[in-house]
Write a protein that binds this ligand. Structure first.
Ligand code: GN1
Ligand code: MG
Length: 345
């Protein structure tokens, strides 16, 4: 099905413009402008080799929006838009799944955090969002990405990739494999805490990177977006991923910097995150924040490296060593964080 036919399923217009938005690594996203009604929307092709059952992400999105609407949530919300025939997903004959979302006007996103205030505000906002979505006891969240936060499986997948990768790929990533292998026991405590159920199960966002917050023209947070990975897991993942995203002073695929970790931002994120959540977290969660930040960055490095060794089949890439550069970048970040934590222990 051509793009123009997909558009017609949602909005009956000939007078429109579509422009790609290129900052995600999984789905394909477009800004859709309806010139007749002067309305903007987000049009998205869901990557169905990763989100195998895209209905679950629509279900979870509606469930969370419903909950937010019932509470006194003060941020804006992105809404799924249904098609003319009342469907939230348009499936094409070749297996693609498309959806449309409402667009929040006068908003900007950042790919990197530039100052402590932005980091603090973003972490505070995610903390606020997490508090509200965990305030109701009955929320029916469905699994959209099985094993996403199964770190034992991430390590198994890495080991399989080491066995199946070509000689050239192994040679190119020799240094990164060595760094990853030096820290093989890092995820063990996490895996153990999950197995022994020491970590409370909560609804988490699971992709709280900086570009998943919309800001207004005063740089104040306007909305939390991208609810695709909403799942039941440990909130330590969200904290770790915020640290991973916000403390990084370089682009996620810059493999050349010497040090890309910003310790002041680390403290700002921690303060912002705990502001709304502290009362509700258990001691074990609070005690493991520094540890979680290290493991989440480590696992992201392992995921990028695994994908490189597998021939770039998961993340979208622009050049053959793109995932290797992403791996390098995460390992530099992890080194900076670990040096900082040892200094402050
Ligand atoms: C992916 O596509 P995007 O950018 O929203 C990935 C996250 C990674 C992130 C790294 C479903 O998110 O887990 O942290 O790339 N999402 C999935 O940039 O794997
Ligand atoms: Mg995402």
């Amino acid at each position: 099905m051509e793009l123009k036919n997909i558009v017609q399923e949602f909005i009956c217009t000939e007078n429109y413009k579509i422009s790609p938005i290129t900052n995600g690594l999984i789905n394909s996203t477009y800004l859709f402008e309806d010139h007749d009604k002067r309305e903007k929307y987000i049009l998205q092709k869901i990557n169905t080799s990763i989100f195998k059952n895209p209905k679950t992400i629509i279900h979870n999105h509606l469930e969370i929006n419903n909950l937010l609407q019932k509470s006194d949530y003060h941020l804006k919300m992105v809404n799924p838009i249904h098609s003319i025939s009342n469907q939230y997903l348009i499936k094409t004959e070749n297996g693609e799944a498309w959806r449309m979302l409402s667009f929040i006007e006068n908003s900007t996103t950042f790919l990197k955090v530039s100052d402590k205030k932005t980091a603090y505000e973003a972490a505070k906002t995610f903390g606020y969002f997490l508090n509200i979505i965990n305030s109701e006891s009955i929320v029916n969240i469905k699994e959209s990405l099985p094993d996403f936060i199964n770190f034992e499986k991430r390590m198994v997948d890495y080991n399989v990739s080491l066995k199946t990768a070509s000689e050239t790929f192994l040679k190119n990533s020799e240094k990164e494999i060595e760094l990853v292998d030096q820290l093989l026991d890092l995820p063990e405590k996490w895996i153990d805490m999950e197995k022994t159920q020491l970590l409370p199960k909560r609804i988490i966002h699971a992709d709280p990177k900086i570009s998943n917050i919309l800001f207004d023209h005063n740089n104040d947070p306007l909305a939390v977006i991208d609810l695709d990975t909403i799942m039941i897991s440990t909130i330590l993942y969200d904290f770790g991923d915020m640290i991973r995203s916000y403390t990084n002073t370089t682009d996620e695929d810059d493999g050349n910097s010497e040090n890309n970790f910003d310790p002041e931002i680390y403290e700002a994120v921690k303060a912002g995150f705990l502001l709304n959540l502290k009362e509700n977290l258990t001691n074990i969660e609070i005690e493991n924040l520094d540890y979680a930040a290290q493991v989440v960055i480590y696992i992201q490095a392992v995921r990028f490296l695994t994908d490189y060794l597998n021939g770039n089949i998961y993340y979208s890439t622009n050049y053959p060593k793109h995932n290797l550069d992403r791996t390098k970048n995460q390992l530099i970040l992890l080194k900076g964080l670990r040096e900082y934590l040892n200094r402050t222990l």
